[in-house]
Design a protein around this ligand. Structure first.
Ligand code: NAD
Length: 259
């Protein structure tokens, strides 16, 4: 589907696989010129070749390494002449209970998800303000509506990102910039496989049993495809979503029970 993004420039984080890679593909298919950001250069090169359209590039970067983020990102912002779309996304924090989490796990998650996003927003918004057009979309989790058991650090950090995003939405809303969060439900990526394995181990059941248990919670009776998350991101990135600002949008087949 074409979301009408011809001429727009998009910086997509966590873009070497999963939801981020799908976002990059859908945005590129809609005409955007994309910068892929993730840690693994070999995977980024493969993703780059798969993108439709021209003028795309990649940057191998660990978002938890703020020193590198601060030195590398401005060079790409300059090379692209600014970005219209920023997709903040990275791997989810390690699963586990809050009582077993180490301070280092909290710090790494805070750096990767809050500090990196905040810095990226600071460097992309000047150009967005100039053009009176900007879209900042954060991939977080349905845990901002209902915390998920055994995801202690993740639940805590997602709430911080949601609060950061809402605050930013107010700060930039008068400049044609929107800031929204997309909350994926169970989506078929490597993250889902890791969580399935972890849950099976913790509950001493098979992975097939975990899968059946999860599917029971989803009215759609299936897991999501990464493209289904990416389609929501592309819509929010488009001019069509100009009056949607500061929301948390679950894309979860109806699983989240809260209103
Ligand atoms: P994934 O593990 O398949 O992909 C994560 C991407 O982020 C990869 O490209 C990876 O290389 C990159 N990445 C990870 N850490 C990074 C870092 N420090 N710096 C730069 N890049 C980094 O995960 P996914 O399933 O695509 O999930 C994306 C986000 O959505 C995660 O935050 C995840 O927790 C969240 N989420 C996923 C699901 C799901 O079911 N898949 C559900 C809810 C929320």
């Amino acid at each position: 589907m074409d979301f009408g993004l011809k001429g727009k420039k998009a910086l997509v984080c966590g873009a070497s696989k999963g939801i981020g890679a799908s976002c990059a593909k859908v945005l590129a298919a809609s005409g955007a010129r994309v910068l892929l950001v993730a840690r693994n250069e070999a995977e980024l090169q493969l993703r780059l070749q798969e993108l439709p359209g021209e003028g795309h590039d990649y940057l191998a970067l660990d978002l938890s390494d703020l020193k590198s983020v601060r030195s590398e990102i401005p060079l790409k912002v300059k090379a692209y002449g600014g970005f219209d779309i920023l997709v903040c996304n990275a791997g989810g924090p390690k699963a586990g209970s809050l009582l077993s989490a180490t301070p280092e796990e909290f710090i790494k998650a805070f750096e990767t998800h809050v500090l990196a996003s905040s810095y990226l927003a600071q460097v992309v918004t000047p150009n967005m303000k100039k053009n009176n057009y900007g879209r900042i979309i954060n991939i977080i989790s349905t845990s901002v509506k209902a915390p998920i058991p055994n995801l202690g650090v993740s639940n805590t950090i997602r709430a911080a990102v949601a609060s950061w995003a809402k605050t930013l939405a107010h700060e930039v809303g008068s400049f044609g910039i929107t800031v929204n969060n997309v909350l994926p439900g169970y989506t078929k990526t490597s993250r889902l496989e890791t969580l399935k394995m972890n849950t099976a181990e913790k509950q001493n059941i098979s992975e097939a049993e975990v899968e059946s248990m999860w599917l029971l919670q989803i009215p759609a009776k299936r897991f999501g495809e990464p493209e289904e998350i990416a389609n929501a991101v592309a819509f929010l990135a488009s001019p069509l979503a100009s009056y949607i600002n500061g929301i948390n949008l679950p894309v979860d087949g109806g699983r989240t029970q809260s209103l």
